[in-house]
Design a protein around this ligand. Structure first.
Ligand SMILES: [Zn+2]
Length: 241
């Protein structure tokens, strides 16, 4: 089976696109496989997109999107009709849902920019950018740190970056180059093969998610809580909704 080309890696601002149907699979739900897709499958702490795939033959409601072994599965049901293999279809993303997810996700990276600039020496770990209780985690230590002051400092600096209206841009580069522009390059990324980095101005983020095109779109970041959990520090945050 042909791997799905992930169009959102090249341009995460695309909310509408045309694609070719490769397969229509009937299980409990219906699964549509396309040659390329703008739909974001769940992963990297970011929820999947929803939306519509349609042409003259049918209208498909995308309820869930998953990435399995290089193939994106658009899962849902037909409101009417069906597609034939090789049909050209129009893909439309639920814009409000995607925008909220991109803003929440980018806010997590902006908080990381602030933490980097504050030279706290924390090492980035897990991130969770779902609308319910988003947070970013680090390995580090909060001992002898004034948490209230730190909370204010991270929040103020994060919002300074937002207000500077810094633009973001996806670039493909190999691991050696990534180490020059990113503060943290995860070990699992392949050597010698280009991976995507999203530049937040000069700050490189190795990440496959969807992002705002300009940090001003985040509007405002609120740091809710900073908490030590064993060897991890969890920074819980939110954005203006
Ligand atoms: Zn990310």
């Amino acid at each position: 089976m042909q791997l799905t080309k992930l169009s959102y890696l090249d341009d995460f601002s695309l909310m509408q696109d045309e694609a070719i149907v490769l397969q229509v699979i009937q299980e409990n739900n219906t699964i549509i496989i396309l040659d390329h897709t703008i739909f974001y499958p769940q992963g990297g702490g970011q929820p999947y997109d929803k939306g519509i795939i349609e042409n003259n033959n049918g209208k498909f409601i995308v309820e869930e999107v998953r990435f399995v072994d290089g193939i994106v599965k658009h899962i849902g049901k037909f409101e009417y009709g069906t597609f034939n293999v090789n049909d050209k279809v129009k893909c439309l993303i639920d814009k409000d849902r995607r925008e909220l997810h991109s803003r929440l996700h980018s806010a997590g990276h902006v908080i990381d920019m602030a933490i980097d600039e504050l030279k706290l020496g924390w090492i980035p770990g897990k991130a969770y950018h779902f609308p319910e209780g988003p947070y970013v985690e680090y390995s580090g230590n909060l001992e002898n740190i004034d948490k209230e002051k730190l909370k204010t400092d991270i929040e103020n600096l994060s919002n300074k970056f937002v207000n500077e209206a810094i633009e973001t841009k996806p670039i493909f580069m190999d691991k050696a180059k990534m180490k020059e522009v990113c503060r943290h390059v995860p070990d699992f990324l392949p050597e010698g093969k280009p991976s995507r980095v999203v530049m937040y101005g000069k700050f490189g983020v190795p990440c496959g998610g969807t992002h705002v095109t300009n940090l001003k779109n985040i509007k405002q970041i609120i740091i809710r809580k900073i908490k030590q959990e064993k060897t991890n520090i969890r920074v819980s945050y939110d954005i203006e909704r």
